[in-house]
Design a protein around this ligand. Structure first.
Ligand code: NAD
Length: 468
């Protein structure tokens, strides 16, 4: 019989414990630290859903604005069966920290609707989403200048399309920027090319940056580069799939994939696209022909404990805990999900010199590209549209001056080119700043990131002043 493991604090308290530890490493006034720590607005309400069978079901919904030091607020909306108010506040807090570190000029927010989206029809999900949007709009707590939601677990571009359409119906006639209400929209509704894969791509760029950094590789005993690194990914949703795909394309060896009901392992490597398509079609990895080992139900987590260079938790919070941290054989934890490592597990990993690249830095690619999308919404123009012809002509002129033939490569950038290069630049800068701070202060990368964020937010408040 396994020994009983003492329960750990809830997600919000764990985030606040990290925050409190980081505060001790700053010289910010204690009252300002308290201001930064707390969620500024927290709203909970009930959505009455008429189900397809005619019955009325009551659904709990939440939205939290963590910080108003920059406006608007920004953060995803999660549809999950265990969503509660402390989780939403924890995630909103992490959003503030995330955006401060990456210099994305928003305050943090987060929303949650307590449902298992797999248990509802498309029509029901649409009714839930539209009602959720109306309730938030009625309370005046969303809007392109107030709070700009985005997808998260259990939601996606379709959810954002319903939200923006509902908001446009209410306010589009008097707010020309109404379509900038949300990010992560479909392209046809003003989305941006590259947003779908942005979080996973950012995870890849972030780890690539660290593995190009000699001081990081020496400190933690890694050979430079992504190629041939053995990787295990938990979660084949938006973030996990795209992260795995970019690592696979960079010639990492994806040896394990873990989902909520099953997992696969193959030390020779798994083709991510084949695994993803199998999971999508069957709803499980059961019967996946290219795995050496397939696990189901309770034993699915076994794959996470296999030896690997990089473990990428990309599913949910509280994954690496007091109960299982001792079983891990990963050389690095790359937090693609929010909050996958508990406070206790982080301490254990620190003792073993296993680097944990923290969520709020590593998964910031999504919100960074969301920021580009929000700017695009306010511009009412595709990125690079006005300058593409000019850039193309300039490159052709340059080639002509060099006496060379112009090729198709001399065309101006597509929107996706701008998004990818800007994201790579920002992820690189953010990760470098975090690692250098961690080195200088001799603390974990998580603590370094918190300190950077707290200092920036405090400066913003202090330079504004506190008078109304
Ligand atoms: P998603 O709903 O698209 O995918 C989550 C996947 O994880 C699903 O396939 C689900 O079946 C799987 N899963 C759930 N519980 C699991 C478990 N216990 N074990 C294994 N697999 C499990 O969600 P997502 O958008 O990919 O988000 C994943 C994580 O990344 C969340 O923590 C989210 O907050 C975070 N995140 C998402 C974004 C984004 O842009 N979508 C941005 C930043 C952070």
């Amino acid at each position: 019989m396994e020994a009983k493991v003492e329960a750990e604090p809830d997600f919000l308290h764990q985030v606040q414990m990290y925050f409190d530890d980081a505060c001790k490493l700053t010289t910010v006034r204690s009252d300002v630290l308290e201001l930064i720590k707390r969620c500024q607005t927290v709203v909970s309400f009930t959505i009455p859903l008429k189900r397809d069978n005619g019955r009325i079901e009551l659904i709990q919904a939440h939205r939290a604005h963590h910080s108003y030091h920059k406006m608007p607020c920004k953060g995803g909306i999660r549809y999950a069966p265990d969503v509660d108010i402390q989780e939403v506040q924890a995630l909103a807090t992490l959003m503030t920290i995330k955006m401060a570190v990456a210099d994305v000029p928003f305050g943090g927010a987060k929303g949650g609707v307590r449902i298992n989206p797999r248990a509802y029809s498309q029509a029901e999900l649409e009714r839930i989403t539209r009602r959720y949007t109306i309730e938030l709009a009625k309370k005046d707590i969303i809007g392109p200048a107030i709070d700009v939601p985005a997808p998260d677990m259990g939601t996606g571009s379709q959810t954002m399309a319903w939200m923006v359409d509902t908001y446009n119906t209410l306010y589009g006639n008097r707010d020309i920027n109404a379509s900038a209400l949300v990010t992560g929209k479909p392209l046809s509704l003003g989305g941006i090319d590259g947003r779908t894969e942005a979080t996973g791509l950012g995870v890849y760029y972030g780890i690539n940056e660290l593995l190009k950094t000699p001081a990081f590789c020496t400190k933690y005993g890694f050979a430079a580069g992504i190629k041939d690194k053995k990787v295990i990914v938990q979660g084949m949703g938006n973030v996990g799939y795209w992260a795995a795909r970019f690592f696979f394309e960079a010639k990492a060896i994806i040896i394990g994939i873990v989902e909520y009901n099953s997992s696969i392992y193959n030390p020779d490597g798994i083709n991510v696209e084949e695994a993803f398509q199998h999971f999508r079609a069957k709803g499980s990895f059961k019967g996946f022909p290219h795995a050496k080992e397939v696990y189901e139900n309770e034993s699915k987590a076994e794959v996470m404990y296999k030896e690997c260079d990089i473990l990428i938790p990309a599913a949910c919070e509280n994954v690496l805990t007091k109960a299982n941290v001792g079983k891990l054989h990963a050389k690095m934890i790359a937090e693609a999900a929010n909050g996958p490592t508990t406070y206790y597990a982080q301490q254990e990993l620190d003792k073993k010199n296993i680097p944990v690249v923290p969520d709020f830095v590593l998964n910031s690619g999504g919100v960074t590209v969301s920021y580009f999308e929000w700017l695009k919404g306010l511009e009412h123009s595709k990125l690079g549209r006005l300058t593409k012809g000019w850039e193309s002509q300039s490159r052709k002129d340059l080639m002509h001056l060099l006496g060379k033939e112009a090729t198709a490569a001399e065309k101006g950038p597509e929107e996706k080119d701008i998004v990818y290069t800007a994201l790579e630049e920002i992820m690189g800068e953010t990760v470098r700043a975090m690692f250098e701070k961690a080195q200088a202060m001799k603390v974990s990368m998580r603590m370094a990131g918190f300190v950077i964020a707290i200092n920036k937010i405090a400066k913003c408040y202090e330079e504004t002043g506190f008078d109304v």
